[in-house]
Design a protein around this ligand. Structure first.
Ligand code: AMP
Length: 210
């Protein structure tokens, strides 16, 4: 098993691209730290109860809380699988934790989207609470408005996708997550793709460099 880390601002398309790639290739596994946390919140586990307030405020949850979840997923993923790790690491301390988990990070792919586009992307984002599929009202609409193509569930707007929280999440991204670009570039494994293209083109570019 090896790992490809996805880097990029909230709304850059990490989850959409990773989901599209993994659904067409059984050897790729999409793991989203945000999805793991939202599932824990929905279930009301102790970790979910602890994480909820941080997430609603657009802050990062404590490193140890999310690292424990990722460690479990890494441990259960074996064989030929390549893990598309979306949302972890989110800061340099988490990158070090990941390196100690023993699964090699093959590359880190930055999906590059300017902040000016991010607000619009997130304002139009709709999410399936059941199967986690992501949509956008203009760029990636479902076949029937407000309904998931894949499982028929009613789509929702994520609580932390409101404009005020998005501003805070972008500030957290620039302060804490962006230093990872330099970190992986220093290791010689950083790749960058233009995330302003449509999903298919971004996914194709991602596959070509990963
Ligand atoms: P995402 O779905 O990746 O946008 O994550 C949603 C929220 O979950 C973030 O705003 C954080 O509150 C939390 N979160 C996700 N991944 C991490 C992480 N690696 N470290 C800390 N908090 C995280």
């Amino acid at each position: 098993m090896d790992i490809i880390v996805l880097l990029g601002a909230p709304g850059s398309g990490k989850g959409t691209v990773a989901g599209a790639l993994a659904s067409g290739n059984g050897n790729l596994r999409h793991v989203s730290s945000g999805d793991l946390l939202r599932a824990a919140v929905a279930k009301g586990t102790p970790a979910g109860i602890e994480a909820k307030g941080y997430m609603e405020a657009g802050n990062l949850v404590p490193d140890s809380l999310i690292a424990t979840m990722i460690k479990d997923v890494v441990a259960e993923t074996k064989g030929e699988t390549t893990m598309l790790l979306d949302g972890f690491p989110r800061n340099l301390a988490q990158a070090e934790i990941l390196e100690k988990m023993g699964a090699p990070v093959k590359s880190a792919v930055l999906i590059d989207v300017p902040d000016s586009i991010i607000q619009d992307r997130i304002a139009g984002r709709r999410t399936c609470p059941k199967c986690k599929a992501g949509y956008h009202v203009k760029n990636l609409p479902p076949k029937v408005e407000g309904v998931c193509d894949k499982c028929g569930e009613k789509l929702v707007i994520r609580k932390d996708d409101n404009p005020d929280t998005v501003k805070d999440r972008l500030a957290v991204y620039h302060a804490q997550t962006e230093p990872l670009i330099k970190h992986y570039s220093g290791k010689g494994i950083l790749k960058t793709v233009d995330g302003t293209q449509n999903v298919a083109a971004t996914a194709k570019a991602f596959l070509a460099v990963m």
